[in-house]
Design a protein around this ligand. Structure first.
Ligand code: AR6
Ligand code: MG
Length: 313
């Protein structure tokens, strides 16, 4: 199936802006046990602007670096992350990346520094939360996507589980980007595509767990079964589930993701990326889009990635 240029362009932009919306809507509730969708709507409604956190800040950095390097370049990515962090260090970064930036600035090569952060490197969700640009840009080439997701993760989240989480999230965005618009959503086919990407271990087990869950289980049950924490394996599956529970509504998918509690901004961001990639930017409610900080810039980054993809063909 060939997707029209307009559909793809809208999906590229939707994945980036969707990340920002999920992140900004979820940020006020980070660490909460559970939140009701009504409360999330009410808090967003009272805010003058929806401001985002490190999830979106690093997503922007990744898109900027892909564009500047006309593809993936790990050294450029690290430099971009560091320059962006220097400008806006207040974005609520996890402990790992700022420590890495300091080590690199002091002369440690990033590859060594990334392995020193935690035993075997970080398996925090920081490399999965920023995977949307990889998911859209390599959506039609999953082998390259996996390679790039791993290499992107290695710059900050070198643990195998960090890399695999980033690849799985990028794959979810990619599969969503490539689906036929308007056709009935096939949950089993989507899950099979993801399972093929996660052959063994904890991600595979959690994907199997998703198959066993009812489509509308209570939020406590989902958080208990799949996790809702800052580790990649405790958040990427929850985001995938949130999208699968509401494939045809961006608002419902993202509100549901945040209602799970825990690492709400990141699970919101990752769900927003997958849903935005499938439904396109037009499906993101204006009441949120119009308030999102830097929304036009993010939309442009998505569109420029789409243009670059067309040129490279
Ligand atoms: N062993 C034990 N604990 C680990 C390991 C490991 N190998 N790796 C990670 N952790 P970090 P992030 C735990 O610092 O992933 C922000 O709010 C450890 O407790 O790499 O970039 C973002 O928005 C560590 O502090 O940060 C994300 O939501 C934690 O995982 C979130 O924080 C996070 O890993 C994570 O950001
Ligand atoms: Mg965050």
């Amino acid at each position: 199936m060939t997707l029209s240029g307009e559909v793809l362009k809208s999906r590229f932009a939707g994945a980036l802006v969707g990340t920002g919306i999920g992140d900004a809507l979820g940020a006020p509730f980070e660490g909460r046990r559970m939140v009701s969708p009504e409360e999330i709507e009410a808090v967003a409604g009272r805010r003058e602007a929806l401001t985002y956190t490190d999830d979106t800040h690093m997503t922007i950095g990744l898109a900027e670096s892909l564009l500047r390097s006309r593809g993936f370049d790990a050294d450029d990515l690290v430099q971009t992350f560091m320059a962006n962090y220097d400008l806006e260090p207040y974005r609520g970064y996890g402990p790992g990346p700022p420590r890495l930036f300091r080590l690199v600035r002091a002369g440690t090569p990033w590859r060594k520094a990334a392995l020193e952060l935690y035993r075997g490197g970080s398996y925090g969700n920081g490399s999965a939360m920023r995977a949307a640009p990889i998911g859209v840009f390599y959506y039609d080439d999953l082998e390259t996507l996996r390679d790039v997701a791993w290499r992107s993760s290695e710059t900050t989240h070198a643990h195998r589980l960090g890399r695999e989480g980033a690849a799985l999230q990028a794959c979810a965005v990619a599969l969503a980007t490539g689906l036929e618009p308007g056709a009935a959503f096939d949950r089993d086919a989507f899950l099979s595509g993801l399972s093929g990407f996660a052959p063994e271990g904890i991600y595979r087990e959690k994907l199997d767990g998703i198959r066993g869950l009812p489509t509308e289980p209570d939020t406590a049950g989902v958080a208990g079964e799949l996790g809702n924490g800052i580790e990649a394996f405790n958040s990427v599956p929850a985001a995938i589930f949130s999208f699968l529970a509401h494939p045809d509504s961006f608002a419902q998918a993202v509100l549901y993701a945040i209602s799970l509690g825990g690492d709400t901004d990141t699970i919101g961001a990752m769900t927003g990326a997958i849903s935005g990639a499938y439904l396109g930017i037009g499906a993101i409610p204006d009441r949120w889009k119009n308030k999102l900080e830097n929304r036009h810039y993010m939309e442009q980054l998505g569109e420029r990635l789409w243009e670059m993809k067309g040129q490279d063909r």
